[in-house]
Design a protein around this ligand. Structure first.
Ligand code: ADP
Ligand code: MG
Length: 339
């Protein structure tokens, strides 16, 4: 419970309690959640032999979304997708989601925004069988909507995929295609109205990204990956994270990078930028030993070999990119806060 300026019991059309009721009325049950919305804590039981994985992600207005660009449903979907993608990267199964939501009074007063947000959030939740098991609701101190998603997942003890397992000689793979989210964001900025009717049913890599949970779980179950990370900040930045965690270097084959059809419409320079540095594709980047037979697709998601892992050498860049017969240094130029 929060205490917006002495109006804790104010009879707004949507007060805190009616907001929670509105959310609760739409949530589904799950066997992992022994107690959901309504008490001081939720009670969640991971399956025997599994450990708990926890991730949290902010979705902040004017930082991660804009009300003029993103419909409430897209904001709800993206809020949950960010957390689910982190679970996917570790090969985890989602157990429960928690949503902390701060809204300005002007937004809370009109149930349409919240209902639209829940439409997007709960549709994605239902498609991955993840119950909304709690959260917090407050009046935002400014005119911004703030959403924080907390996800609990589970993985067999000791088996979660990490960023740190890549070894020199491993091959580097990516799911799906790259640059689609950056390309769609550029068209969204140019023509926001065009996207007001977009839905998750169509292919909208920026507005409705699809976290790769089935692929992550298959990589874990079939012991295919030595390391894994999700592409939230952009290939160059996330590959640097993987290399640093694993203490290795990497090289990419530019021609092998799977370009999203939306990004194919950009000019050459923008295309390369979208491929290498465009964030929010929420694909998985993983490594596998050369002796592992990695399938061409998992759960209908294509998988492409895009490079290899090398020994780190002080005289050589951490990341390089091969194009025709030339080799270039690749710098992490994806998304970074406080830059
Ligand atoms: P407390 O003050 O004890 O933290 P609250 O009044 O904040 O309790 O919340 C009551 C119940 O509603 C709790 O189970 C909480 O998890 C749930 N809840 C509150 N806000 C949300 C939300 N935005 N989404 C989902 N559940 C929520
Ligand atoms: Mg609370």
């Amino acid at each position: 419970m929060s205490y917006p300026s002495n109006s804790r019991h104010a009879k707004n059309p949507l007060g805190e309690l009616s907001i929670i009721d509105r959310i609760r009325a739409r949530t589904s049950r799950s066997s992992a959640v022994l107690l959901g919305i309504g008490d001081d804590c939720a009670i969640v039981k991971p399956p025997p032999g599994h450990e708990l994985l926890v991730t949290t992600d902010f979705s902040l207005e004017d930082r991660h979304f804009r009300r003029i660009w993103h419909t409430p449903a897209s904001i709800g979907h993206r809020t949950l997708a960010r957390g689910l993608s982190d679970l996917a990267a570790m090969g985890a199964k989602p157990l429960a989601a928690f949503l902390s939501l701060a809204m300005p009074k002007s937004v809370a007063r009109n149930p349409r925004w919240l209902d639209g947000f829940l439409d997007g959030f709960l549709a994605l939740a239902a498609s991955h069988n993840v119950p909304l098991a709690g959260g917090d609701t407050a009046q935002s101190p400014a005119d911004h909507i703030l959403a924080d998603i907390i996800l609990l997942g589970s993985a067999p003890t000791g088996r979660a995929l990490r960023r740190s397992g890549a070894r020199p000689g491993d091959l580097l793979y990516v799911t799906g295609a790259l640059g689609g989210a950056a390309a769609e964001l550029a068209s969204l900025a140019a023509a926001p109205r065009k996207f007001r009717t977009a839905t998750a049913a169509d292919n909208h890599p920026h507005l409705f990204p699809q976290p790769r949970l089935a692929v992550g779980q298959a990589l874990l179950r079939r012991r295919l990956a030595t390391a894994c990370i999700d592409l939230s900040d952009g290939l160059s930045t996330d590959l640097a994270h993987l290399c640093t965690s694993s203490n290795v270097a990497a090289e990419l084959d530019l021609a092998a990078l799977p370009l999203h059809p939306l990004a194919a419409q950009l000019d050459d320079r923008a295309q390369i930028n979208a491929l290498l540095h465009g964030g929010e594709d929420y694909e998985l980047l993983f490594t596998a030993s050369t002796s592992t037979k990695v399938p061409r697709s998992i759960d209908n998601v294509p998988i492409t070999c895009i490079g290899r892992i090398l020994k780190p050498r002080a005289s050589q860049p951490q990341m390089s990119i091969l194009s025709n017969d030339d080799r270039f240094e690749l710098q992490p130029r994806g998304w970074e806060h406080f830059s």
